[in-house]
Design a protein around this ligand. Sequence first.
Ligand SMILES: [Zn+2]
Length: 306
Amino acid sequence: MRHVITVRAPNPSPMTLSGTNSYVVDCFDRVALVIDPGPNMDAHVRALLTTAAERGLRIVAIVVTHGHPDHAPAAIPLAFATGATVYAHPRCTTPHARNLELDGELRVGERTFSIMDAPGHTFDHIVLYDRHAETLFTGDTIVGEGTVVIAPPGGAMRPYQATLERLAREYSNARFILGGHGPVVNDAKAKIAEYISHRKLRETQLIDALSCGAQTIPELVARVYAQTRRELWPAAARQILAYLDALCSEGRVSATPAPRPMSAEEYAMLNPDWDSLVDPELAKVLDAELGAEYRIEKLDHYALVR
Ligand SMILES: [Zn+2]
């Protein structure tokens, strides 16, 4: 894929893996599209400008896959430096000049990208498909390694699963996936199938844990994510919440207030204070990824509806 240059932002973390992937796509006619300009870091913006200039490309368009702080903010300085047009999902609150036409197309130079509305990780998420290069640009819908966070209220599980199903159905010709983090995926079909079955497996594990008597989110996390490092349990708690929201709204699980207050340990898992744990830039990313503005103040008991 010589026409796509990955410029990785220097923002590694457990949430962003080795850093956010920004893509400079050669669209012929000496013009380039930048997909996910990344965090607003001077060195990164300079790296994007240099990458394009070294190849004789003029950046004329910028697309943000979604508005999270590790993907979108550099759109502003990059557009300022190049005069490029910034495109985003109509619901995206990152400043952008043009709304993408959902389930329509975007033409840049001689390249045409299909734009798919891709709710789930966030509600302002899009996926691009370059038919000629058989490549999906998936942002945080699918990443190069591991799985992505689906956390309410910005994210929701059933829309996410529907997005994955749609990718499997409508983009079965795709060969490559270039995600927002991690390496290139060389077997798109297998990766999409893996993501679909992973979500089903987690839901089955959650239902099993409920039927074994786990009632609260912390109890469910301890069972379902027993193999996962404890530092990641706050993220796991938000995933469990996303499944429970879906199951409750489908009438398959009920929620009732627990007859006791939340312990300090439970509170810390459900509402981690990132500012005291990590540096402020990463705290911003974690807050956005995990929907931390949504506080879980009371403990609920969940049960299967029989
Ligand atoms: Zn994200």
